[in-house]
Design a protein around this ligand. Structure first.
Ligand SMILES: *Cc1c(COP(=O)(O)O)cnc(C)c1O
Length: 333
């Protein structure tokens, strides 16, 4: 690392070389409907088509491949709202290691089952990511497992940043990138790559209006604790960690703004993705489309929208497609 608190372009290029062949290089698809609506070319980066259904395989694979062989053999552990756990389970198995994944009880059942199916051991603890993290710390201290965190880790950020390299290659005149922000690994990596290659390109963060940890932390000037609420964008839940080292300073320095999106707007984004783009997306994955539909971002030139994942409970997806707006399936009956 050339700078202790930032992942840079060289780190991201090294990650791209390492993970090439292990993850998909996903396509960019121009959206006719969003381009017409926005009056500028809008391109969708289809990370929802990534193996394991979300971009997190990039960071997890880069982190696994960067581990020394003896640590790989010992096994890895992480706290995860699902997609990081799924990615780490897949990446660990593919290099002959084993993953233990700790999750809060708010994580949807389909995500828990999927992580088990990929060969990881799952431990459910507490009602927040911070409580799940406490269990991770215990396994590291008492059983010697190696922690691969979901976002605040240089190898993970560099892996997610490879998306930024690809989108500049595919859309060289990109003027704005719309990217999800939760813990900030995805946004930090993409912004580091894009700002290095295209200093004038805007990188706009997006998250749900309930529990916007990174936005509130940047406003406060330091990482703050937020309450977790059920949301259609469950992959964006959780805090940024009170002892955040990398993604807080990177998001603060590199993001031009963080825009908040409501549950109803996210539902409309999922519907638009399905009916107009013929894509199945989870709430987090649809939030960029949601922000454009809601007129919450000003589009001034070629725009790249990250579709970050598609791992939604299909009963919930059908409920939303039929006009529902709540993530509580019980309400739908
Ligand atoms: C994890 C995740 C995000 C947010 O990524 P961070 O690095 O935590 O900001 C967005 N979308 C999906 C589908 C995710 O799984």
């Amino acid at each position: 690392m050339s700078d202790a608190s930032h992942v840079d372009l060289d780190d991201i290029r090294a990650a791209a070389a390492r993970i090439s062949g292990h993850v998909l290089r996903t396509p960019m698809a121009e959206s006719a409907s969003l381009s017409t609506l926005g009056g500028v070319p809008v391109h969708l980066k289809l990370e929802s088509h990534q193996r394991t259904g979300a971009f997190k395989l990039r960071g997890a694979t880069n982190a696994m491949l960067a581990l020394p062989a003896d640590q790989r053999r010992h096994g890895v552990v992480a706290a995860s709202t699902g997609n990081h756990g799924r990615a780490l389970a897949y990446a660990a198995r593919s290099v002959g290691s084993k993953a233990t994944i700790c999750m809060s009880s708010l994580v949807p059942r389909n995500k828990v089952d999927e992580v088990r199916r990929l060969g990881a051991e799952v431990r459910i603890t507490g009602r927040s990511q911070d409580e799940a993290q406490t269990e991770v710390d215990r396994l590291v201290a008492e059983e010697g497992l190696v922690m691969v965190p979901p976002f605040d880790n240089a190898a993970v950020i560099a892996g997610q940043g490879t998306i930024g390299l690809e989108l500049v290659e595919d859309l060289p005149d990109v003027e704005a990138v719309l990217v999800q922000v939760s813990g900030g690994g995805l946004a930090s990596g993409i912004a580091a790559a894009v700002k290095a290659l295209r200093p004038n390109t805007k990188v706009i963060g997006l998250t749900m209006d309930r529990g916007a940890a990174m936005k509130l932390s940047i406003a406060a000037g330091h990482p703050v604790e937020v309450e977790e609420y059920p949301s259609l964008a469950d992959s964006l839940g959780g805090g940024i960690g009170l002892d955040n080292k990398l993604t807080f300073p990177m998001c603060r320095a590199l993001l031009d703004d963080i825009v908040l999106v409501t549950e109803a707007e996210i539902a409309a984004g999922i519907r638009h993705a399905y009916f107009e783009e013929r894509e199945i997306l989870e709430g987090a994955g649809a939030i960029g489309i949601a922000a454009i539909l809601a007129g919450k971002v000003t589009l001034s030139g070629p725009t790249a929208v990250i579709l970050s994942g598609r791992n939604i409970d299909m009963r919930l997806h059908r409920h939303i497609i039929n006009g529902g707006e709540s993530c509580e399936l019980e309400d739908a009956a």
